[in-house]
Design a protein around this ligand. Structure first.
Ligand SMILES: Nc1ncnc2c1ncn2[C@@H]1O[C@H](COP(=O)(O)OP(=O)(O)OP(=O)(O)O)[C@@H](O)[C@H]1O
Ligand SMILES: O=c1[nH]c(=O)c2[nH+]cn([C@@H]3O[C@H](COP(=O)(O)O)[C@@H](O)[C@H]3O)c2[nH]1
Ligand SMILES: NC(=O)CC[C@H](N)C(=O)O
Ligand SMILES: [Mg+2]
Length: 509
């Protein structure tokens, strides 16, 4: 009962996620497979087409990732992009040219729409995005060249008899001005009905969850973050009272976090166990200053507390809000680098002998949000910035005390309130306050002060692997700084962080 699907074979390009994303924007469901995928692994009645991604290797070097030849016999159209085109050209008898210099950036191609399925209805001259060293010098027998540039003789080629279509450039990158119509031509040719959306996703998932869970029970860690909240609502829609959620307050949440999450979820009548474990966590963290040590303590404690509380439910399944980027990152498909480490639920399923239910595994974040919206999750919850599992612990360099945590919560709450009221919360990807372990001298009402220093961090980012600091207006920063120093006892100085990632990370620890 799978939705019709395009298989994307990932040769390690930084753009593979983008291919999947473009397909979904067009209403097509794409699933990513590793470069070793065999025809048997990707075959199925629901398979409508195959896309071969770009990749960092050269097809001319020994041991470069290859393609199972049986995939060409599956009877579905194939689209090779960059490395994908070069691989098909090499395997089918074309001629390749290896260059010492790379072509990287915008280029203009001359396309031949009159001889092409991919370029049908599109202009002759098009701007595209190139990122390659090698190129195809002569197309294999049976192929027609359908685009070229002054330096690339085969910028695109097609063999309609075998159903193979190839591009040297990257249609998935927005700098390729006709990239989306090109992909659309391919998808139409595959016979995709382009009806993939949040609504039919919810219906299909509800059925699948009921089938998987049957009369069993599910326990889910509810953090108040978008992923676990949407997973909770989806599971609740499918199995109602067979779901129990556990919310753990480790004492390092944002200000009034538990109260807020309780208010947001009240209308849904979910079973939730609300646990205030702040004494336990703060006790275990007392005097600890090493960042990795803090993470380890919180991760370990979390498992302990979660296991204790969830044990009362006697669940058969563990629900998780795992999303598609999590799956790609942790499987290392295409060598994507693991930056965000999930501290908490890892290891729980084995320990508690629970089977997993992960209804969001195929979704990107924006799709998780669309699903949340369709399920009635309040807008404010749905648009929340990500919040790290260890919470304010990674925003309190040095030793953690309840007092310092409270000071930080108060400063952070002012920052968030001002960002929301000015419309800047939605324009940033993540923003928060940090309490630095530095005391500086100040003067307030003729009195000398010696108090903590607060750093404000606001960034814009596509995927949190890289980030830029947000250009917040000076007047807004001024207002926030004044309010924090005036209203938060314990802070007498505020600074704004203007480092990007890399070289800095988003969090401070
Ligand atoms: N304080 C907590 N109480 C209960 N479960 C938690 C808590 N913190 C984290 N978890 C569990 O750990 C999972 C991973 O956390 P993560 O921050 O990656 O996702 P999230 O909080 O659901 O969403 P987001 O990425 O939007 O913050 C959560 O989905 C949730 O199941
Ligand atoms: O659940 C989490 N547990 C963690 O230990 C953790 N550390 C960082 N982050 C989040 O990951 C993104 C990138 O953060 P960094 O640039 O600081 O590595 C940012 O969104 C961070 O908030 C975490 N999330
Ligand atoms: N973007 C790509 O797929 C590049 C393919 C190959 N590594 C080249 O440099 O030509
Ligand atoms: Mg979270």
């Amino acid at each position: 009962m799978h939705h019709e699907r395009i298989a994307i074979i990932d040769y390690g390009s930084q753009y593979t996620r983008l291919i999947t994303r473009r397909l979904r924007e067009l209403g097509a469901f794409g699933l990513v497979y590793g470069s070793g995928a065999t025809a048997a692994e990707i075959a199925g009645a629901d398979l409508k087409g195959v896309i071969l991604s770009g990749g960092p290797n050269s097809v001319l070097e020994p041991g470069a990732p290859d393609l199972d030849p049986a995939i060409l016999e599956l009877g579905v159209p194939i689209l090779g992009i960059c490395y994908g085109q070069q691989l098909l050209a090499r395997n089918l008898g074309g001629q390749l040219h290896r260059s010492a210099s790379r072509e990287y950036g915008k280029a203009e191609i001359q396309a031949m729409p009159e001889h092409s399925m991919l370029f049908e209805g599109l202009p002759h001259a098009q701007q595209v995005w190139m990122s390659h060293g090698d190129h195809v010098e002569a197309a294999p027998a049976g192929f027609t060249v359908t685009a070229k540039t002054p330096s690339v003789p085969v910028a695109a080629m097609e063999d309609p008899k075998r159903g193979i279509y190839c591009l040297q450039f990257h249609p998935e990158v927005t700098h390729s001005t006709q990239g989306t119509p090109l992909l659309l031509n391919f998808l139409r040719h595959c016979g995709m009905s382009l009806d993939w959306n949040a609504g039919n996703f919810i219906e299909e998932k509800v059925k699948a969850i009921r089938e998987q869970v049957g009369q069993g029970t599910v326990v889910l860690g509810l953090s108040g973050g978008v992923d676990s909240s949407v997973a909770a609502l989806l599971l609740h829609k499918a199995i109602g009272k067979q779901l129990t959620c556990v919310f753990v307050d480790h004492g390092l949440m944002r200000k009034d976090e538990m109260k807020q999450v309780q208010a947001y979820f009240a209308p849904f009548e979910l079973n939730v166990i609300w646990v205030d474990a702040s004494e336990e966590f703060l006790g275990a963290l007392a005097g600890v200053t090493d960042p990795e040590q803090k993470r380890k303590i919180i991760g370990g404690k979390f498992i302990e507390v979660f296991e204790r509380e969830a044990g009362k439910v006697k669940a058969d399944f563990l629900g998780q809000g795992t999303t598609y980027p999590d799956v790609i990152e942790s499987s290392g498909i295409g060598g994507a680098i693991l930056v965000k480490s999930h501290h908490n639920v890892g290891g729980l399923p084995e320990r508690m002998k629970l089977k997993l239910v992960e209804p969001l595994r195929e979704l990107f974040k924006d799709e998780v949000r669309a699903t949340g919206l369709a399920l009635g999750l309040p807008e404010e919850m749905n648009q929340r910035h990500p919040f790290p599992g260890p919470g304010l612990a990674v925003r309190l360099p040095g030793a953690i005390t309840r007092e310092r945590a409270t000071i930080l919560q108060n400063a952070d709450a002012i920052f968030m309130q001002e960002l929301k009221e000015s419309g800047w919360y939605r324009k940033t990807s993540q923003a928060f306050a940090v309490l630095l372990p530095v005391q500086t001298v100040g003067i307030m009402g003729d009195e000398r002060t010696f108090e903590w220093m607060c750093a404000l961090r606001a960034v814009t980012s596509e995927d949190f692997m890289t980030a830029d600091w947000a250009r917040l207006p000076h007047e807004l920063l001024d207002r926030i700084a004044q309010r924090i120093v005036r209203e938060v006892k314990g802070i007498n100085r505020v600074v704004y962080d203007i480092t990007s990632k890399p070289p800095a990370t988003i969090e401070y620890e």
